[in-house]
Design a protein around this ligand. Structure first.
Ligand code: NAD
Length: 482
């Protein structure tokens, strides 16, 4: 598959156009230029918001059934374009093709799920509310909150978009989407699919571009009722500050420093597989990476030996290699950031068990070996900060209480995993963990029906499930005298 030399990066009111900001899009596995995207600036954001505002009156008054039908058409369009979307996702992000397939299937499931919730809205609209007085009657309406700005990162392009876009459209909101400037290609293709779905012009608009040129004006504009943002904590703070000036609603999905707890009665093979998946899937560039692996004393030596063997067996390769298990990191900046974390970890006295550098057979591309550390000081950046790369830190614990305390000792609280042979003990540990989602003896499976989001500085609000839809709705009560 080849690309045109430049792509229009602005889609407003049903029209594609070229913006003035030229974004170089790189293939992280080869470091070669894939294409250039002509992204937009503040002026494009202004036009996109005018289009979205104009379209809102009509779109917000469509029935849930009408909106559901369009969401189902988008899901079918994504299904029909599955191969091309997978190709774009892998070429632009560096992830293995099989992981890109999981992403595309997640997008389809998300649009279908919110189609169902949109359809169900019609029956629940204007539901009566019981009051303690017969002199009054009340009903409840759930209405779209308005024009919304969606800002997403590069690690799961399309997926983070679908988790916002599908519920926003289901609720009846009009949208301006800003994809990551690092990975705009999957979203450009998704936008082309949406453009063919029958969605009225102006309901969905896309402006590619940098955070400063596009994200910042989108977060400040008074026409935006809500910003839904996924990305780093540093930028999340800026988005919230800008949004505060006009009291916008804000949903944030931010960083993580999550733990996998291997209890004394755990199945060791399962524990090693789950630790490997939680650390090395998507080359560890996951907000939900379980980068702290806490292992019961009795199993620790054997576990570390097996995890080292597993990490060293992982085939790091081009995303299109049929045997690939782990692809490339997304770009030079991220590659250097992760190498910096590894260097600082070594300086802080952490012991490198395996990995730590570039695989010998891959001289080009942002490839890194799956890396495992142990004896990591509790006050080191390696232990405390989000690394966002294929780096695991293994630590022993003597008691269940100590394991829980270590896992909860973080400014973040996104997810956690527990591996245990005792169902009730695992449940007790899960209940004690400060995390929005806990997996027990399971890989990081995600269903659109279950909530996504975390405690503390990982999130504000929840995505997916009915909570993801409510994030784009206002509640209106109508009370009349009988
Ligand atoms: P980032 O914060 O640098 O960028 C995210 C988005 O914000 C991009 O589209 C970027 O262009 C935009 N942006 C940058 N500056 C902006 C500004 N001043 N105003 C408005 N928008 C601006 O994050 P990233 O490096 O793309 O992604 C990695 C981060 O995302 C990690 O911290 C990761 O944990 C987080 N993440 C969280 C979740 C979750 O669900 N909690 C999921 C995926 C990624």
């Amino acid at each position: 598959m080849s690309f045109p030399i430049t792509l229009d990066g602005v889609y407003i009111d049903g029209q594609w156009s070229a913006g003035s900001e030229h974004l170089r899009v790189i293939n992280p596995a080869t470091e070669a230029l894939l294409t250039t995207v002509n992204g937009g600036d503040e002026g494009a954001v202004d036009r996109a918001l005018s289009a979205a505002t104009a379209a809102f009156a009509q779109w917000s008054n469509t029935s849930g059934a009408e909106r559901g039908a369009i969401l189902r058409r988008i899901a079918s369009g994504v299904q029909a374009g599955r191969e091309r979307l997978m190709y774009l996702q892998s070429s632009n992000n560096g992830k293995p093709l099989f992981e890109a397939g999981i992403d595309v299937d997640d997008v389809i499931a998300t649009f279908e799920y919110y189609a169902g919730l949109a359809e169900a809205l019609d029956a629940s609209q204007d539901s009566p509310l019981e009051l303690p007085s017969e002199a009054f009657a009340a009903r409840v309406r759930r209405e779209p909150c308005g024009v919304v700005g969606l800002i997403v990162p590069w690690n799961f392009p399309m997926v983070t978009t679908a988790w916002k876009l599908a519920p926003a459209l289901a609720a009846g909101c009009c949208v301006v989407l800003k994809p990551s400037e690092v990975t705009p290609l999957p979203e450009l293709e998704l936008a082309a699919i949406i453009a063919r779905s029958g969605l009225p012009n102006g309901v969905f608009n896309l402006v590619c571009g940098t955070g400063l040129a596009v994200g910042a004006p989108l977060s400040s504009d008074p026409r935006v009722a809500k910003i839904s943002f996924t990305g780093s904590n540093a930028v999340g703070v800026q988005v919230m500050q800008r949004a505060a000036e006009t009291i916008k609603g804000v949903s944030l999905e931010l960083g993580g420093k999550s733990s996998l707890l291997v209890m004394a009665d755990a199945d060791l093979d399962l524990a090693v597989e789950l630790a490997s998946g939680g650390g090395f899937f998507n080359a560890g560039q996951m907000c939900s990476a379980t980068s702290r692996v806490l292992v019961a004393d009795a199993l620790a030596d054997e576990f570390l030996q097996r995890l080292k063997a597993r990490a060293e067996s992982i085939r790091v390769a081009d995303p299109f290699d049929p045997e690939v298990e782990m692809g490339a990191l997304v770009n030079q900046a991220q590659y250097q950031r992760v190498l910096g974390h590894i260097d600082r970890g070594l300086s802080a006295g952490a012991r490198l068990v395996c990995g730590g550098g570039r695989p010998a057979d891959l001289p080009r591309g942002y490839f890194l070996q799956p890396t495992v550390f142990t004896d990591v000081p509790l006050d080191s950046a390696l232990w405390c900060e989000e690394i966002f790369g294929p780096v695991l830190c293994v630590r022993r614990f003597a008691s269940e209480q100590e394991a829980i305390a270590l896992a909860n000792d973080s400014q973040f609280g996104l997810v956690a995993s527990v591996v245990s042979g005792d169902a009730s003990a695992a449940q007790r540990v899960a209940n004690a963990l400060q995390a929005g989602l806990v997996w027990i003896n399971a890989p990081q499976v995600i269903f659109p029906q279950a909530a996504w989001g975390g405690y503390k500085q990982s999130s504000l609000g929840r995505e997916l499930g009915p909570w993801g839809l409510q994030a784009f709705q206002e509640i209106k009560h109508v009370i009349r005298a009988v």
